[in-house]
Design a protein around this ligand. Structure first.
Ligand code: CUA
Length: 313
């Protein structure tokens, strides 16, 4: 179970570890309450069940006992107070953590239903994937382009909402390399469930190589220029950005390095030539309600466009 990629009980980053400790306290307290209440309810059900010789009368009723009413008011208030104050202390400590000077800055913008990921200082724009170095803090600035979303990668940190017209911050400091998965944790419309996020934690040199690959744009071979024409002469360019073309949209994911990503449509499908072609043909087949319309391309155009996009690594 420790290997499950989204396991909340297997933290591998500073804020997630603290939240994990807090969650044990909350689980212990609420688990204790559950045991007491469930045992009493079970006892009452068994002990006072209807019997053959029941006379059908109600048992004596108790009203206005100050002791009982005080007890069942004060005890829950104390429990809630302890949990609230402990949570507040944890939240305060996580939020007050100073930003280390070498932290990586990432801006994440929530969209219906995908994640825009920008590295302002590195000049990188990608989607649905974060790449970060291990053992180093990454500072996230969270924004929303439409409705409220929530960024949640359980093994790295707690949830933080992305809210329109508001700037939220959070941070992660992963301790081990690997792939960490997460998802949008705030209902945001039809495809909320297919708004998945992947965080790749790399050794430093591997991260540097990723940065280099993302900042270089190699011109596509001329053999695929017919696909580029299909791309540029359709509505694709209104929403997408793609270096080396006229497309400069911000409404949909940047496609400059499309094939460097593992999934299509925020995790709705693996990013392979077949799924890419199927996605271009009819996005609704893969992600019903996705805001990308079917462009009603001919089979030839589909092949050309797919071939062109496959060169975007
Ligand atoms: Cu975005 Cu739910």
């Amino acid at each position: 179970m420790g290997d499950m990629p989204g396991n909340i009980f297997s933290p591998l980053s500073t804020p997630a570890r603290e939240i994990f400790h807090l969650s044990w306290l909350v689980l212990a307290v609420t688990g204790g309450i559950f045991m007491v209440v469930a045992s009493l309810a079970f006892y009452a059900v068994v002990r006072y069940r209807r019997r053959k010789n029941d006379d059908g009368r109600e048992p004596p009723q108790i009203f206005g006992s100050n002791q009982i009413e005080t007890a069942w008011t004060v005890v829950p208030v104390l429990i809630v107070l302890v949990l609230a104050m402990t949570s507040t202390r944890f939240i305060g400590r996580i939020q007050a953590a100073p930003r280390p000077p070498n932290a990586i800055d990432v801006t994440v913008v929530g969209h219906q239903w995908w994640w825009e990921v920008r590295y302002p200082k590195l000049g990188i724009v990608t989607a649905n994937e974060l790449h970060v170095p291990v053992g180093q803090a990454t500072w996230l600035t969270l924004l929303s382009a439409d409705v409220a979303h929530s960024f949640w990668v359980p093994r790295l940190a707690g949830k933080t909402d992305l809210i329109p017209n508001r700037v939220n911050q959070m941070w992660i400091e992963p301790e081990a390399t690997g792939l960490y998965v997460g998802q949008c944790a705030e209902y945001c419309g039809l495809q909320h469930a297919k708004m998945l996020i992947r965080v790749y934690v790399h050794p430093r040199d591997e991260f540097d190589r990723w940065v280099k690959a993302q900042t270089e744009t190699t011109p596509p071979p001329p053999a695929v220029s017919s696909g580029k024409r299909v791309f540029e002469s359709n509505a694709c360019v209104n929403c997408h950005a793609l270096d080396g073309t006229i497309a400069n949209g911000r409404y949909a994911p940047d496609l400059t390095h499309l094939m460097s990503r593992a999934t299509l449509a925020a995790g709705a499908a693996p990013n392979s030539p077949e799924t890419l072609r199927a996605w271009l043909k009819n996005p609704d087949e893969i992600k019903p309600g996705a805001h990308m319309p079917a462009m009603t391309l001919t089979e030839d155009q589909l092949n050309q466009l797919t071939a062109y996009l496959l060169t975007r690594r």
